[in-house]
Structures are given as structure tokens and as C-alpha cells.
Design a protein around this ligand. Structure first.
Ligand code: NAD
Ligand code: ZN
Length: 405
């Protein structure tokens, strides 16, 4: 509803009728309501979940735009084809390149062109985004732009996708050296998570996703951290796909933790976000590494730096700092990288300050499982954190030497 007021301090030309008002406020609220569902056997012919997500499965033919990761397309096209034929769904295939170096505007525009050439109906026909975080972000962004927003469904097929990129409302593409510099908040209608897809991901992408799970453990779930410590060496593409009780608990705690954090702050009005842990320096440095770092690997290095800072500030005990660094290494994640120099960390922090509207708001762990925010990190402190990690790796840091003496 608009409210109008007549300003009395302004002289109106006499030949104009008196307007109903000169100042209007518009206020509206758009509810966000979507489900994230774990569904085993999404491509089993007798499983209607995907058909229903496409708006089909009701005995009448239905169309959808299937915007699918190139690797997933190669591996699963026959199964998708058989499934859709069974449910009388006619998919329009649009293959989208995964991987960070493909996450640029041209791919999002190409997806909108596919919507146009298919002549997709604005509400009744859905875009089904299938792939890792890169494809989900690109397709979500395309869906947000096309006719200013059309419905889409997410089917994440990587670990990062299933516990992070596929379950929130953010979309985006990279621009220049900057991660996700262009994007939109645009909720899907539904996210369907089938761990079976994880059977074919590369082991490096398991570690990549585990970095985001470790993040959730560090900022809010000490029990998840304990669980991860006992799972080192046992989380593989196969064990993820089988999804036994321990893996299922890890995935479910990671997803719940993430949604609990996102839901009250979907549009990031509050800029102190615990889920930004490990995402202070990494967004600026991830794309600078050569050979490139995966997102989770850059997050792991960022987390190691924050662990060192927290320990040096007295927020994290020495034994907890050891546990975190060992857990990262146990999952074959890096704790340092040549591109994370003191100078570049300071540059990255300056960019984070802009992103966080003028303050650092750096999440640090307060023990394992809770978070504090810092606004006063100095370059010197960052240099000290890097030195701490280097001497930890070499087993020569003062605390360690003292402990073993
Ligand atoms: N929108 C968000 O809230 C959010 C959150 C976290 C991360 N992200 C984004 O997610 C991206 C990282 O996602 P990612 O780690 O999934 O990378 P990715 O999408 O590049 O996928 C990794 C690789 O796995 C391949 N792949 C995908 N599914 C597969 C499968 N089932 N079997 C075999 N190969 C498969 C892809 O082709 C790609 O080569 C980053 O760009 C990051 O910014 C977004
Ligand atoms: Zn991330």
C-alpha cells in the first residue's frame, strides 16, 4: 500500500489541479519459501520427486529447460533421458561448463538465450539447474535476470553444491579477479540433494566440500568437529554416495547449520555473518593463484590464518589450534599458499571492508564451535599469523618446542 502526503511548504502552479500527494513510500514484503530435500535415487524411474519438481508427473506432457554441468551431462545423460521419457517430460538441454574459470557472464547470458529459444513459459515451465556450485550460481543468476526472474530448481551434484552453494539464495558470476562480484539473491523453488551423484566427483572435490563443512563445525557445531576428526581418511566419493550413518550425520548437520545461519539473514542485512568464516581473504586471492586453487582450498588457507590470529589473540587454545590445523591437513587441505602473503592479505582485507560496508567484521573462532567478530586486525598481526603457520608446519614454533621440551 502506498501512503501519500501533501507537502504544505511548496507552492503549486495555480493552473494544476491539487494533486493527491507529492511524496509516496512504497513498502512490500516478498515471502521466501523453498524446501531443501535429501532424496536418494533421484534418477530411479519409480521416484517421482524430480518429475514433480519439473511440474510434471501428472499424466500430461511437460517441458523444462535442463541447464546441466558438462561433466554431469557426459556421465548421466542416458539416465536423465530415460527418466524424463518415463515421466513424459521433454527437456531442452543446455550444457553449461563447470569450473571456476568458466564462471563468467557470457555463460549466464547463453542460458538466458536458451530460455528464449525454447520459448519457456514464464511460470509453468521450470529451469532445472544441475551441477556443482559454478553451474548452480550461473544458472541461478540467469534465472534471476530472465524476465526479471523465472522459477528454477537446483540439483547440486558436488559436495560444495550439496552442503552450501545449492541450498541458499545467492547466485553470481566472477568479474575480473573478483569472486561473485555480479550476482543476485534469488531463491530456487526447491533444492533436491541426492548423494548418489557424489560417487563420480574427483577426490580433490571431496576435500573442497569438506572445507565448508569444517567451517560450519568451527563456527557453530563442536559435535560436528568431533565427528569430522573421527572421519578423517574415511570420507571418499564412494562413502559419500553410500551415505552411511556417520556420513549422513555429517551432511545433515552441515546443511542444517548452514540453513540455520542463512534463514534469519537471507539478504545479508546483518553483515556480521559467521558463515563468512574463511571468506575474508579467500575471495580476493582464490582467483590469483596459479595453478588455481579450488574455492574450498582457498577457504582452508583463510581459515588457517584465522585460527592462528584467534590463537595469538587468546580466543583459541593452543591444543584447539593444533586440532584445526591437523584436521585441515588430514583432509588434504592446504593451510598455507604462496599467494597468501602479508601484503596481499592486507589488500584482500581492504576489499572485504568494502564488501562489509566499512568495517572488517572478521569472524574468528572463540573456542571450537562459536564465533567472535574482530574489527581491528592489523597487517602486523596477519604477518604474525603467517609466521605461526609456517613454524607450525615445520614443527618449530615456540609453543611446540616448549611442549616437547
Ligand atoms: N551461491 C552460494 O551460496 C555459494 C556457496 C558456496 C560456493 N559457491 C560457489 O560454488 C563454486 C564451487 O562449486 P564446486 O566446488 O561444486 O565446483 P564446480 O561447480 O566447478 O564443480 C567442480 C567440478 O566437478 C564437476 N562435477 C560436478 N558434478 C559432478 C559429478 N557428480 N561427478 C563428476 N564431476 C562433477 C564439474 O564439472 C567441475 O569440473 C564456487 O564458484 C563458489 O563461489 C556458491
Ligand atoms: Zn564458500
Amino acid at each position: 500500500m502506498t501512503t501519500a502526503t501533501v507537502s504544505t511548504d511548496m507552492k503549486l502552479p495555480v493552473d494544476l489541479p491539487k494533486p493527491p500527494g507529492l511524496h509516496w513510500n512504497v513498502r512490500a514484503h516478498q515471502p521466501v519459501d523453498y524446501s531443501v530435500r535429501m532424496v536418494r535415487g533421484l534418477l530411479d524411474l519409480d521416484n517421482p520427486a524430480l518429475a514433480h519438481a519439473c511440474g510434471g508427473g501428472l499424466g500430461t506432457p511437460q517441458r523444462c529447460l535442463l541447464a546441466i554441468d558438462a561433466v554431469v551431462d557426459t556421465l548421466y545423460r542416458d539416465r536423465f533421458t530415460e527418466y524424463f521419457a518415463h515421466w513424459q517430460i521433454e527437456p531442452y538441454w543446455q550444457v553449461v561448463q563447470g569450473d571456476e574459470d568458466a564462471k563468467y557472464l557470457d555463460q549466464a547470458v547463453r542460458v538466458t538465450e536458451a530460455m528464449s529459444s525454447m520459448g519457456i513459459l514464464r511460470r509453468a515451465e521450470k529451469v532445472i539447474a544441475i551441477g556443482g556450485g559454478v553451474v548452480l550460481d550461473i544458472v541461478g543468476f540467469a534465472a534471476s535476470m530472465y524476465r526479471r526472474g523465472i522459477p528454477y530448481v537446483r540439483i547440486p551434484t558436488t559436495l560444495v553444491g550439496q552442503i552450501d552453494a545449492g541450498i541458499g539464495v545467492k547466485t553470481g558470476i566472477n568479474y575480473g579477479h573478483h569472486k561473485n562480484r555480479l550476482g543476485a539473491y534469488f531463491a530456487p523453488e526447491l533444492a533436491l540433494i541426492d548423494p548418489n551423484f557424489l560417487r563420480t566427483i574427483e577426490p580433490r572435490h571431496v576435500a573442497n566440500g569438506l572445507a565448508e563443512i569444517i567451517k560450519m563445525a568451527l563456527v557453530k557445531d563442536a559435535a560436528l568437529f568431533d565427528l569430522l576428526e573421527t572421519a578423517v581418511g574415511t570420507i571418499t566419493p564412494e562413502s559419500l554416495a553410500v551415505c552411511g550413518s556417520a556420513v549422513s550425520e555429517v551432511l545433515s548437520r552441515a546443511i542444517s547449520g548452514m540453513l540455520d545461519e542463512l534463514e534469519p539473514n537471507l539478504w545479508e542485512q546483518v553483515l556480521e555473518r559467521s558463515v563468512d568464516y574463511g571468506h575474508t581473504f579467500s575471495p580476493s586471492l582464490e582467483l590469483r593463484a596459479d595453478p588455481p586453487l579450488l574455492h574450498g582450498e582457498a577457504v582452508a588457507v583463510d581459515m588457517a590464518i584465522c585460527v592462528a590470529v584467534a590463537h595469538l589473540r587468546g580466543h583459541l587454545s593452543r591444543s584447539d589450534a593444533d586440532r584445526v590445523l591437523k584436521l585441515l591437513q588430514g583432509f588434504e587441505l592446504p593451510v598455507s599458499h604462496p599467494v597468501f602473503t602479508r601484503e596481499l592479505l592486507e589488500e584482500a582485507l581492504a576489499d572485504a571492508v568494502k564488501h562489509r560496508d566499512g568495517l572488517q567484521r572478521v569472524p574468528l573462532t572463540e573456542g571450537i564451535g562459536s564465533v567472535v567478530f574482530a574489527n581491528d586486525l592489523t597487517g602486523e598481526e596477519l604477518g604474525g599469523a603467517l609466521e605461526f603457520i609456517e613454524s607450525w608446519k615445520a614443527g618449530t614454533d615456540a609453543d611446540l618446542v616448549g611442549a616437547s621440551a
